[in-house]
Design a protein around this ligand. Sequence first.
Ligand code: BEZ
Length: 161
Amino acid sequence: MTIAVGDRLPAAIFKTMTADGVKEISTADVFAGKKVVLFAVPGAFTPTCSKSHLPGYLADREAILAKGIDTIAVTAVNDVFVMDAWSKAADADGKILFLADGSAAFAQAIGLTLDLTAGGMGVRSKRYSMVVEDGVVKDLNFEEKPGVAELTGAACMLGKL
Ligand code: BEZ
């Protein structure tokens, strides 16, 4: 079942890169007691994700944080090393929290997987954005096409905060 506004995020474990190496980070670590903007992309380094979606959140980061958001996080069904390389390539280290959902456990748990097997990419995450307050989804936006980042982009998010 697809997660909806008003639902609590399920417990899940991501991997993230830190100064001390790869660490596990739980949904509780990320969301408990915080107001978080989470966006998801079908793949690190894919065209729309790299040229538009992630740069948009970097450009609007200060404005989003000024609206009372504690953390901006991005997730994708990619391994933590790819997510870390993407973060560094985009100069996003320390600005956006990169959450690797390498085996799609989180995407499956919230019902937002995207089957890109025909395109040689396997099971990925749909492109979405959400506002999560203390673990509860308060706003949720999806894209119908994987190569589009409009409703889930930073400008739309900022307009709703
Ligand atoms: C893109 O980011 O443009 C993209 C990602 C996955 C599938 C197709 C396009």
